[in-house]
Design a protein around this ligand. Structure first.
Ligand code: CDP
Ligand code: MG
Length: 140
């Protein structure tokens, strides 16, 4: 995958609260193009696999329970400098530390229920895109 892509998930609490449209609007307003998008729900096994890198962390069990607790919206986004620019758009992991105007500042309920995921590197963007989408599901 090109290095100008990132993978996001609008997380269960934000989807359940009806924030999906507003978040997608912010993403598009910020200049990202949607290359693929789906509403889906992760099983515990799939959520555990997605966050495998955090397996040894104390919050892993709760994270897996939370991320499999309801529907999410997964999307591949394209923009120059996508990974870093999208991390800036979502803001800090803890909404209390997130900058004004960021997705997490606006919509996150807590450090755990923090509205949106963004890939942290080009390599992980590709791995995470392949986790959610097959090549033929990406447009363009
Ligand atoms: O999502 P981000 O890359 O900002 O943070 P992370 O350190 O990769 O952690 C992944 C996710 O685990 C976070 O987005 C939170 O949902 C959750 N988490 C948590 O519940 N408690 C923490 N102390 C750290 C992360
Ligand atoms: Mg992360």
């Amino acid at each position: 995958m090109a290095t100008n892509r990132t993978l996001t998930m609008i997380k269960p609490e934000a989807v359940a609260a009806g924030h999906t449209g507003k978040i997608i609007d912010m993403i598009i307003e910020a200049g990202f193009k949607v290359k693929a998008m789906k509403l889906t729900q992760l099983s515990k096994e799939r959520a555990g696999e997605f966050y495998e890198v955090h397996k040894e962390r104390p919050f892993y069990g709760e994270l897996v329970d939370y991320m499999s607790s309801g529907p999410i919206v997964a999307a591949v986004l394209e923009k120059e400098n996508a990974v870093a620019d999208f991390r800036a758009l979502i803001g800090a992991t803890d909404p209390a530390e997130a900058a004004e105007g960021t997705i997490r500042k606006k919509f996150a309920k807590s450090k755990a229920e923090n509205a949106a995921h963004g890939s942290d590197s080009d390599d992980n963007a590709e791995i995470e895109s392949n986790f959610h989408f097959s090549a033929k599901e990406l447009v363009g």
